[in-house]
Design a protein. Structure first.
Length: 666
């Protein structure tokens, strides 16, 4: 009975949608072709029993890891058999949805050789890597240093006699610690180490080092290697073999130093090429950009689960003889719909960031390095903003699902455990925001010197205006005007930036100021990054958006994104006199009416993500809404339910029960 009623809830919900959902699916996917590829790969993975993943939380580490190896090998087999393109293969791996050494091989090892190798090095190493004849990882972080890349201790000392580098770990803290894929799978690594020639330290650089034999996978001489142990959560990121690695005077040929940024000649002379040294950090810029795109996937997945379940779940009250769907509670809407809006916002900012990254790459090839600092600031800042919001949002979605959200079968605990390290890897989120703040302070300080701000900082050219312009909101409807909202976010960011720059100028040493004001600098960077997301959403809406009602839905979501941020950071907007308290109260009224506008479309808006039940991996987020019987089904699959009387009853339960009986008689 309940099961049928639950199914009905979602059918009814879907019939209320006021927009063309197929058109929205294409917008979400980023185009017709992208939608077709994504849809095909998702179905391919979902229909293949090797890719089942509902048992991850109960497998022990060894079984779990072996199963990951099996899935990765099967994925590779399918990629070859079906002659999948690079785009299709990467989508297939995405839908397999299991962190694995292949993420680092394709996501970092290949990109670092592409970005930091010479033409010759690329020709030598990439074909082997593309065919997976070698498996590589990215070994930068050490036990003692992660954020402070310049503080790495591993050494690469040039031996001119043998024309080789000697890679060595001089201290315990110089052990490589964390690299994914290193622990068990990789045969090779790009190792970041201090380049030393003729007794002189030339700073860090990447080196290709073979770690394990290609015949029997045993570590090569001088290599001490292993897995760093269990991480947060069962299943979750434990499918990944994050590893440790120590070198005892390991020798590699000179041509295995990645030489795009610096070269070492046969005589041991170090030659700096004319590209900026920061390109050594280029792979991190690339991966940060992909992490932003990935944030909208994780966020939309959690939101899809919470939204569908909120429509199925009923609690208290009465609507036509039924209890109230929890999605109809204003409190539920005010927690859920800003997250739904953020998922769309991050999708569009991710698309834009991909474009920015391609643009900077093309410019670098043409030896135009002018936009590199901005690309670094945008990728760092948006990586930080989107991953922090997404991690918090997954936890919020768990709470939005009440008690059942805490069950592994809701999919949310594992999603959270897999996702939270994104706030740390590829740059700790606070460290990255401080990089953005540094960039903003530098941009402001150069305004008078004729240096023109570029791209996302162009608004600072209108600084005088932004520092005193009043907010143009007289009536509630003014809050729906995109130019009013964008200018408001510009004014807030500009005012906070200038206030911080003024405070900084009071310090005789800028570095002291940076230390003392770092918490404020993080707020400034956050305000700037939120402005970028809002303005990229608005720009997206200025493009041609086909499909009946699609644009209207996206406009509502864009307003929800911006106004819910305004509400959350009201202190910033009021303390910088960007708005009055009357305007804040009008914004709150508008938000409520926007929630009402989104409410009938909520299920269709999450259906537009086009996730299969396999990918969602959630009983609560099932497409058919058939939640309750499936919760039972999942519970009954638990190994604890395999026997009626639990293992251990005779040893540990029965004696206790008997003893209590005797005590009671006494
Ligand atoms: C099923 C799940 C799969 C999901 C996968 C989805 C997507 C991902 C896809 C592929 C990836 C695969 C798997 C993902 C999973 C895990 C991967 C994790 C891998 C790692 O986790 S891998 C280690 C990453 N580890 C860091 O992330 C260290 C952070 N630490 C730093 O990054 C630096 O150390 C910094 C910047 C903090 C200090 O650097 P510093 O000490 O040199 O100091 P300073 O601040 O003075 O900078 C001097 C001048 O360089 C400029 N500058 C700085 N950085 C730049 C850059 N990148 N580009 C251009 N310019 C840059 C500055 O703006 C300044 O410029 P100016 O002088 O003009 O002011
Ligand atoms: C799951 C996972 C996978 C990873 N994969 C890889 C990989 O494949 N390859 C690789 O090389 N590395 C990898 N890493 C390492 C990762 O990149 C680092 O852990 C990350 O860059 C953070 O550095 P840290 O550990 O040194 O943190 P720390 O810098 O020690 O951070 C500790 C605290 O100090 C604060 N802090 C640090 N510096 C400052 C500052 N200047 N100002 C203010 N606060 C500061 C931070 O905000 C944080 O709160 C991985 C890490 C994880 C968790």
């Amino acid at each position: 009975m309940e099961a049928e009623a639950a199914v009905d809830y979602l059918v009814d919900e879907r019939s209320k949608a006021q927009f063309d959902i197929d058109a929205m699916k294409i917008i979400w996917a980023g185009g017709k072709h992208e939608f077709e590829v994504s849809d095909r790969m998702a179905r391919l993975v979902a229909s293949d029993p090797v890719f089942r993943k509902d048992n991850r939380a109960i497998l022990d580490r060894k079984e779990l890891f072996k199963n990951t190896l099996r899935k990765a090998a099967h994925a590779w087999k399918r990629i070859i058999e079906l002659r999948l393109s690079e785009q299709e293969a990467s989508k297939l791996r995405f839908f397999v949805d299991e962190p694995a050494y292949t993420d680092l091989h394709w996501g970092m090892f290949i990109p670092v050789i592409k970005g930091q190798g010479t033409e010759e090095q690329r020709k030598k190493w990439l074909p082997m890597a593309y065919r997976m004849q070698i498996i590589g990882c990215y070994a930068q972080t050490e036990l003692g240093h992660g954020s402070n890349v310049q503080g790495l201790e591993t050494t690469a000392t040039f031996d001119p006699e043998l024309d080789e580098f000697v890679i060595h770990s001089p201290t315990l803290t110089s052990s490589k610690w964390w690299p994914g894929g290193l622990g068990r799978a990789s045969t090779h690594a790009v190792v970041f180490a201090r380049l030393i020639t003729d007794g002189k330290d030339h700073g860090i650089n990447g080196f290709i080092v073979q770690l394990r034999s290609l015949d029997d996978h045993l570590p090569l001489p001088g290599i001490i290697i292993g897995d760093i142990g269990m991480k947060f959560g069962n299943g979750a990121y434990n499918t990944m073999d994050n590893g440790f690695l120590r070198f005892d005077h390991v020798r590699i040929p000179r041509d295995q130093m990645l030489m795009r940024v610096k070269q070492v000649t046969r005589e041991g002379k170090v030659v700096q090429s004319d590209v900026p040294w920061q390109l050594l950090y280029g792979t991190m810029v690339y991966v940060r950009q992909t992490i932003v795109a990935d944030a909208s996937c994780a966020l939309s997945r959690a939101v899809c689960i919470a939204t569908r379940y909120s429509a199925v779940r009923r609690q208290f009250g009465s609507q036509n003889g039924h209890e109230t769907q929890v999605i109809d509670y204003r409190t539920q809407q005010s927690r859920l719909f800003p997250l739904l809006a953020s998922a769309y916002a991050f999708r569009f900012v991710g698309e834009w960031l991909k474009w920015l990254y391609m643009d900077v790459t093309q410019r670098l090839q043409a030896r135009d390095f002018s936009t590199l600092p901005e690309a670094h600031a945008c990728t760092a800042g948006l990586k930080s903003l989107t991953t922090s919001v997404t991690a918090d949002a997954i936890e919020e979605c768990r709470k939005l699902c009440g008690g059942h959200g805490y069950l592994c079968s809701s999919g949310l605990p594992e999603l959270f455990a897999v996702y939270v390290p994104a706030c740390t890897y590829e740059g700790d989120n606070i460290v990255l925001l401080l990089q953005v703040a540094r960039f903003l302070m530098k941009t402001v300080s150069q305004l008078g010197s004729g240096e023109r701000p570029v791209g996302t900082t162009t608004y600072l050219l209108r600084l005088e205006h932004l520092l005193q312009c009043p907010c143009d909101v007289q009536g509630a409807e003014d809050w729906l005007k995109p130019d009013v909202v964008v200018q408001l976010f510009e004014a807030r960011s500009a005012r906070m930036t200038v206030a911080c720059a003024k405070s900084l100028s009071k310090f005789s040493k800028p570095e002291d100021g940076f230390m003392d004001l770092s918490a404020d600098l993080v707020s400034v960077a956050t305000a700037h990054c939120q402005l970028i997301v809002v303005s990229k959403f608005v720009e997206k809406l200025q493009q041609d958006i086909p499909g009946e009602g699609v644009k209207q839905q996206l406009e509502a979501l864009c307003s929800i994104y911006a106004l819910s941020l305004l509400k959350k950071h009201l202190g910033d907007f009021l303390s910088t006199s960007c708005i009055t308290s009357k305007q804040a109260s009008l914004a709150n009224d508008v938000l409520r009416s926007l929630y009402s506008q989104v409410r009938p479309n909520a299920i269709a808006l999450v259906d537009a993500f086009n996730y299969t039940d396999h990918f969602l991996g959630s009983v609560l987020g099932r497409y058919d809404g058939n939640v309750y019987p499936k919760l039972y089904e999942e519970a009954l699959k638990d190994p604890l339910n395999e026997s009626v009387v639990p293992d251990g009853y005779h040893e540990y339960l029965q004696p206790v029960l008997k003893q209590r009986l005797r005590t009671a008689r006494l």
